[in-house]
Design a protein around this ligand. Structure first.
Ligand code: NDP
Length: 458
């Protein structure tokens, strides 16, 4: 009986997923409280998507100023002041923290600003106080992972990169995933000398091979020293900086080393094991399609479940949870064809299957690819290329995947994502009139098939 408990729903974590689930559940009439011991909004608002995108805007300004020369502008006395950027960013994030607080307040959700742990399946300890709830939702997100190597205490992660006192002159970024390529681009644009070290064959594992190759080429052109097949074994602090000892027996001296080597689910201190909430070997909470854990009244959403670690996915999971439990509309989460962008420079946008995945699932697939100089750069001399690609299933003519590297890739792929989600065919793409002159029009004007990737065809 719901009334026997202090609340109908207790949410642990006020990030993107937790706040959405709290608000919508309360809107359906549930009595809801949420616990959070850090600034409201979670990773995305405080140390993720939002400040990262602001940094990308700042960083890309350097290139925009250079490119202005081709259009007749002389820009003199250009200077960059890191503390101004940090101060303005902090102000904007505080504004967003305030909006999150208001959203919870307006929805009638009680906010408990303390750390919460589970006492039993219906009881939470929040800052030393015990609170009971019929249902508990865990939305505690993730935390940067650092490999256990000597000297790693001298390294930073993306958490600290947003608050550095000074812009480092020489930076090593370790990793080849989303965060690594984004921060390598950010520091490079701002004028740091950037070395990016990746242990594997090619950055952005899991993305389409053409995207990976194109981006690697473009970021090298911009001056990032991207080295693959190499990792850090040890970090020594010296009088002049940090010396990295690398697996290829070389050494690298930098001022800052940033590890972007993945994130782990935030489940450590929740007491999940004692309560019987099952996790996988990484600590991620195992859930069914309604986000229910192995304990009947405990649910989990967002990065802590390690399904797809993206803010809009956590929000969708939070919505589905609220509709299922309190809206009378059982809604399974749908992780198919989730579009995403990497805010590298140039950015990447992707939706649907990669060529490799499409080939594994559907056998023979048709590939359409276009590589061209974006119109803006015909007069800047930058030499940057844009790559667009469609993957089509021949029998049904369905577009299985769309991928892009180039300016505005995220903005463009968001629209293309709708078409892929509703199962549009290549003929329907072709029947769509392009908007001229844009880069996006290329997605509806690619007529000639190209050879599949050599490695995918093997
Ligand atoms: P990723 O999983 O994307 O990348 C981790 C990288 O670190 C990989 O290149 C991995 O190599 C490498 N790595 C892992 N362990 C080690 C190690 N011990 N030594 C050296 N290298 C290592 O994680 P991120 O931290 O970049 O991002 C976490 C998640 O956050 C992403 O998966 C994404 O879902 C989300 N995110 C989304 C963004 C967006 O939408 N724009 C932006 C930022 C984050 P390998 O490939 O060999 O495993």
């Amino acid at each position: 009986m719901a009334n026997a408990y202090d609340y109908d729903l207790y949410v642990i974590g006020a990030g993107s997923g937790g706040v959405r689930a709290s608000r919508i559940s309360a809107g359906f009439g549930a009595r809801v409280a949420v616990a959070e011991d850090r600034p409201l909004g979670g990773t995305c608002v405080n140390v993720g998507c939002v400040p990262k995108k602001l940094f990308v805007y700042s960083s890309h300004t350097a290139e925009d100023i250079e490119d202005a020369a081709g259009y007749g502008w002389t820009v003199e006395g250009v200077k960059f002041h890191w503390p101004t950027l940090i101060a303005n960013k902090n102000k904007e994030i505080e504004r967003l923290n305030g909006i999150y607080r208001k959203l919870l307040d307006n929805a009638g959700v009680d906010l408990h600003e303390a750390r919460a742990t589970l006492v039993d399946a219906h009881t939470v300890d929040v800052g030393g106080r015990q609170v009971t709830a019929e249902t508990i939702l865990i939305a505690t997100g993730g935390w940067p992972y650092l490999p256990d190597i000597p000297g790693v205490e001298h390294a930073i992660t993306s958490n600290e990169a947003f608050f550095l006192d000074d812009l480092p002159k020489r930076v090593a970024v370790i990793g080849g995933g989303y965060i690594a390529v984004e921060f390598a681009g950010i520091f490079n644009g701002m004028g740091s000398k950037v070395t990016q070290l990746y242990r594997g064959e090619q950055i952005l594992r899991g993305f389409d091979a053409d995207v990976r190759h194109t981006l690697a080429e473009e970021i090298r052109k911009k001056g990032i020293d991207l080295r693959c097949h190499v990792n850090v074994m040890r970090i020594d602090k010296t009088d002049t900086g940090l010396t990295l000892h690398l697996t290829d027996d070389s050494m690298l001296e930098v001022d800052t080393v940033m590890f972007a080597t993945g994130r782990v689910p935030n489940t450590k201190d929740l007491n999940l094991h004692d309560i019987g909430v099952a996790t996988d070997e990484k600590g991620a909470i195992l859930v069914d399609e309604f986000s229910k854990t192995s304990v009947d009244n405990i649910y989990a959403i967002g990065d802590v479940t390690d399904r797809i670690a993206l803010t809009p996915v956590a929000i969708m999971e939070g919505m589905a949870f609220a509709r299922t439990l309190y809206g009378g509309m059982p809604t399974a989460v749908d992780h198919a064809n989730v579009p995403s962008a990497v805010f590298s420079q140039p950015p990447v946008g992707s939706v649907g299957l990669t060529e490799e995945e499409a080939r594994a699932e559907h056998g023979d697939v048709h590939i359409y690819r276009s590589t061209f100089t974006p119109m803006k750069h015909t007069m800047t001399g930058r030499g940057e290329k844009t790559m667009m690609k469609l993957i089509v299933e021949p029998k049904s003519d369905r577009v299985l995947g769309a991928h892009m590297v180039g300016p505005d890739a995220g903005e463009i792929i968001q629209g293309i994502g709708i078409a892929v989600k509703i199962g549009a065919t290549k003929a329907q793409f072709d029947a769509t009139i392009g908007i001229h002159p844009t880069a996006a029009e290329e997605f509806v004007t690619m007529r000639d098939r190209v050879e599949p990737l050599a490695e995918a065809a093997e």
